[in-house]
Design a protein around this ligand. Sequence first.
Ligand code: GDP
Length: 456
Amino acid sequence: MFELDTIAAPATPLSPAGIGIIRISGPEAVINTDKIFCGKVTLAEAKTHTIHYGKIMDGDEIVDEVLVSVMRGPHSYTGEDVTEINCHGGVLVMKKVLSLVYSLGIRPAEPGEFTKRAFLNGRLDLSQAASVMEVIEADSEAALKNSMKHLKGSFSHEIKGIRDMILHETAYIEAALDDPEHYELGTYGDKLKEKLQPVISRLQNLSLSYREGSLIHNGIRTAIVGRPNVGKSSLLNFLSRQERAIVSNIPGTTRDTLEESVRLGDLTLHLIDTAGIRRTDDTIEKIGVDRALASIDEADLILFLLDSSRSLSEDDIKLYHQVQDKQVVLLCNKSDLEFHRDIEEFCRSVNCPVVYFSTKTGEGKDELMDVITNLFFHGALAGAEDFYVSSERDKLELESASHSLELVCGSVDAGMTEDFFSIDLMDAYTSLGRILGEAVDEDLVNRIFADFCMGK
Ligand code: GDP
């Protein structure tokens, strides 16, 4: 347990609301809250995990009528004594209570400092602590489910299990080297390799899941591409269900790229509506065209639109060739109108998924969702038991651990002595430990929590 000072911060935004919560954590939390609280009980005598009605007083003046919860460490969020003052959610009233709290010598908490304390006090490991912010920021069912799994410790639990196994093997090697009479090392290397191989695959799969994890949490960067008037802005509007982009019949009216985050079922797409790409002398439009080409480069997915009611143009084909090496879905838009036979022929010739779509009727929306899920998540998002790695830091440590274990297998194959195995086993152990927050330097911990919101 770390001896730290007492900190406080609003845990809810300072904006008008039903209630506003001020969270106080640290050794002086209860004693200090008592100094401004007037209720039936003294908080210092209150049982843990109880809530008390009373008033916050500034001398003789009543500042607010409140409920105060008392949660004593170690069974609190931070692991320390915590009080939470539930005030009326008015900006002025919260500010007054806060300034009273600070006047008692309690320090304003830094963003993420409560969760950082939960980590320092061993309530959460680093990977779990980092997932707290992902839960708060989750903007899709899938992102929320995945973050909750991390927070509950599924990932950490698995990592701990692998570390225990590695430690056990290292201890066996050390014991055998110290006491060869009682420990057998004859075929040990082969047995070790057999045990390590499934672990290596699991670590590799987990690190590979980062691509999907990052798409779930950060969204799929999706460029909407097509020549003018095929319906790009209409698609953006359709998906975001608001009149965000200018829609008009005059080719070239979308002059710049527009971005919008939309949800498509369980997926989050960061849509980029590219200016109708075509050769142009108009300077403003040219900037838009350049940006559009750049956004194609950065995109994870291209929604390539054709106007299925019109004949295929040279521009359509040229543009398709520009994007065909990327992950493309061909959207034959305006499927509510009569089909042009050129389009059907073209659809048969491409080797990307084709969806017949109408921004007017909504036809094709579910199919588009299924096609994208198929392309990025092998047909389905992970079920209840599995999860995706969502932090690049975790991914790199997983790679490093699996690499170290591969070196152990290499040493077995090369007939090296067992003490060589131990070195790489311990490297893997250390890498996995860093995921949990063992032996990580303070700067890294501070960097992780600096991205948190205030009061968490
Ligand atoms: P952009 O230049 O590619 O962004 O195209 P717009 O979104 O501005 O659309 C061009 C025209 O096509 C507009 O008049 C839209 O109303 C129309 N449009 C877009 N999608 C559809 C569709 O699915 N069906 C029909 N019938 N018209 C559409």
